[in-house]
Structures are given as C-alpha cells and as structure tokens.
Design a protein around this ligand. Sequence first.
Ligand code: SF4
Length: 508
Amino acid sequence: MQPPPRPAARPQAYPRDVSRTYHVRTYGCQMNVHDSERMAGLLESAGYTRAEDPAGADVVVFNTCAVRENADNKLYGNLGHLRPAKDANPDMQIAVGGCLAQKDRETITKRAPWVDVVFGTHNVGSLPALLERARHNAAAEVEILESLEVFPSTLPARRESAYAGWVSISVGCNNTCTFCIVPALRGKERDRRPGDILAEVEALAADGVLEVTLLGQNVNAYGSEFGDRGAFASLLRACGTVEGLERIRFTSPHPRDFTSDVIAAMAETPAVCPQLHMPLQSGSDRVLRAMRRSYRSARYLDILDEVRASIPDAAVTTDIIVGFPGETEEDFTETLDVVRRARFASAFTFQYSKRPGTPAAELPDQLPKQVVQERYDRLIALQEQISWEENRRIEGRTVEVLVSAGEGRKDGATRRLSGRARDGRLVHFATGDATGVRPGDLVTVTIDYGAPHHLVSDGGVHTHRRTRAGDAHEAGGRPGGAPTGLGLPGFGKPAEPVAAVSGCGAAQ
Ligand code: SF4
C-alpha cells in the first residue's frame, strides 16, 4: 500500500520575533530524560517556547526508546494521533529522535510521511538546524550519525528541577549483553573529561542544586576510554568536595566493574548517598553466561557484602529479567535464592521478550508467555515481601528528606508532602506545625510506618531547612547553564510489568 502523501508545508524561515512553541515527549530511560532536557534547551536557545499540549505546539519532538516491547507500534500510533493537527496546520513540524530513530531511520518517514525530521542518538545538537532545513526545503530531513558528534552535556539544557540534576559522565557501552540493544544504538563508551564533569557539578551547586546523579550506561566503567581504572572512585571523591552539594548518586554500575576503591570512595565521601542500584539480571550463572554478563552470582553477593560492611545502611536496588531464553525452573530458583540473600530494598523486574537486533532474539528455547508470567509473579511476591520487611526496619528512625514535587500522588488527600531520604526511599510525611515547607527544602522526620513501596511519617517535621533550591522552586526558577535536572533514580514502587528488557538502568 502506498503511504499517504505528505501534507504540503510552506517553505519559509521564521523571523526571530515570531515565537514558535515546542513540546518534547520522552519515552524510556534516564538517558532519554537527559537528552530531552538537551533538546528542550536547544529549542529554547533557538527562540522556541515550551507548550504543554502537543496538539497546539508548533514543533513536537518524540524522543523514543527501542527497549520497550511494541515501541514502534506505539510511536506510529502517537504519530497517527497528531496527523489531524498537522493536516490542520501544515506549519507544524514533527521530529522523531532517540533510539528508535537511530534504529529505524528512513522507515519512519516512509511509514509516517508527515514526519518532518528524524535524528539519531548521536546528533541531538542538530535538531534546530534540521527543523530549519526541513522547513526551508519543504521536505523531510533524516540525519543519523554512527558515532557521537558532540557530548550531549555540552549542549544547553532546560532542566526540570531546581534541586536535583542529572550529570552525564559517559555515553554508550563496551559490553555486549545479549538481551540489550543499547550498544548497537548508543555506540561504544565515550567518557567525558573529569574537568568538564566537575565544572558542570560545580555550576549546578552554585545554582543551589543539592543533589546530582552521575549518569552513564555503565557508569563505573568510567575512565576506560582514557585508561584510568580508578577514575570513577576519584570522580566520586572530587564531587564530594563541591561546596553546597549534599547528595551524590549514580546509575547504573555494572557488577563487573565494581571495585573496592569505589566502595571506599562511597563510604568515605559524606555526600555520596547510602544507595546502590546494581543490575543483577539473573541469579543463575548459566543464564548470566548466556546473557554475556561476565560476573557470577557469588561475585555479585560478595560486592553487596563488601558494600554493607562499609556502608551498613545502604539501600540496594536492582534490575532482574525473568524468562531469558533457555531459563529453567532451576535457573529461576537460583534467582529467587539470590534475591532472598541480597535483601534488595526494591527491584525493577522485567519479563523477557525478544528485541529485534539483539543476539538473544535469535536464541532457541524462547519461553512460553505463561511460564514467564508465572515466574514473574513469584518473583514479585518474594520481592514485595522483602521490600516491606526492609522498610519496616526503618520504623522509628529519623531520616533526612529532600522534599520533592510530584512524587506523592495522594498528598492532596492525605495532607502530606513527599520526598526522598538519603538512601533513596520515598517518604510521605505530615508537616505538623511546620509551615512553608517547599520542594527543594530539607526536613527531618521520624518514620512511623514502612509500607512495601514507601515510608510514612505522621509525627510532624523535627527540623526544616529552607534552601536556595526551595527558593528557586517557589519562584519557578531553574538552574542555568548546561546541565540537566530531575535527578532521582527510579526507586520505590517497581515499574509496571512492561514485558520488556532494559539496558543498564533503563528501567523507568
Ligand atoms: S545491559 Fe548495560 S552493560 Fe549490558 S550492554 Fe546494555 S547498557 Fe551495556
């Protein structure tokens, strides 16, 4: 069947004083959240202003994810929904970026000829120019590069948070996990220079940001490009000296690269939070081998022992894939066993499903859906029980909470506020007599009740520290400069069972 014709766009360049609006819709992992902030920053630098409603925006950008099942069907469905708006306003432009764009390229403009721009994961910085060129030529622009053009963190950003920021330290991955599409789409690991990272962290802290999350597909392999195996530990220690920065997190480390110097740096740097998200993926050594994950379950548990010996209250979270091709009941039982021993505070659990382009998609012994579902349900039940037990251990303790916006869906009804403890746990708390507590402020509260996915405090706030981040949030301000925001790694209630497999830290 012939694709429907592309609506005629008017070739023109917009004068700078004509304000055009944009809307960016993000799918997938933290890396995409980070990239979307860059896209928004680039568009604002080019004179666009943000629109909340995609249907009314002049430019709509889809930042796509290729990890989720049916990602392409969902994208084309969303593009179809926008078609009437585009037909009604031929000046509207639609751009598709991210991993699915990197993978499908011209296929996108063939299947949806009303799309104006397709750009990949390596050339985010080209977005405004591609929009301009598509407008000028009245033709779709597809530009996909095979390797990184500009490190995304050097591009402007429009950050979402006044109190927490993402800082990308590396992009890409040198591993070849057989279930993961990330290396094919994000390329080999590229490490950012330590001085540039620190400059970004310092700029964030100078703007009042209290928390940064160092971000990389395989964050603790940082330094492999310039041959310094101790670089990640050194970076943690250096970030710990930045004045005003109170919380440092990182995601996601790979067990293979988790060395004792990193644990020592975590333990000896007060600003590094007692939290670790480290993907397990499977507790079966046979499955780990088939996944081409180079550690074994004993090594994984040894790392946790070492972390807990140095940081006794560390909250550990993980990613687990259920139903990898060839996984036997015995393999799965081994995963349950590791989960029992690891005592994760929370886990992102995924049902394996084929991802075209990954080696695992070609493996024999793909498991029937009902087998995967049944194992998945058992894993969830076990992890829920452990999460609950671990959260109940916090009852009676006093914790520091960085108040956040939008994390407590029932806050209005319960008259509570919400935020994150230093170990990443979600806390819903009543303010008691304290007034004027704002997102970005720091409070201390005593935990009354540990639920499976959050902690509750109803005794009122013991201390309330007003911060510059709170002032900025109240005033609607955002940190300036290059970096990103929204710096809280996934933690708390596990992701919906999306029947997907993640790259490292791709869970959302
Ligand atoms: S799962 Fe993580 S370590 Fe493995 S290839 Fe994907 S991004 Fe790299």
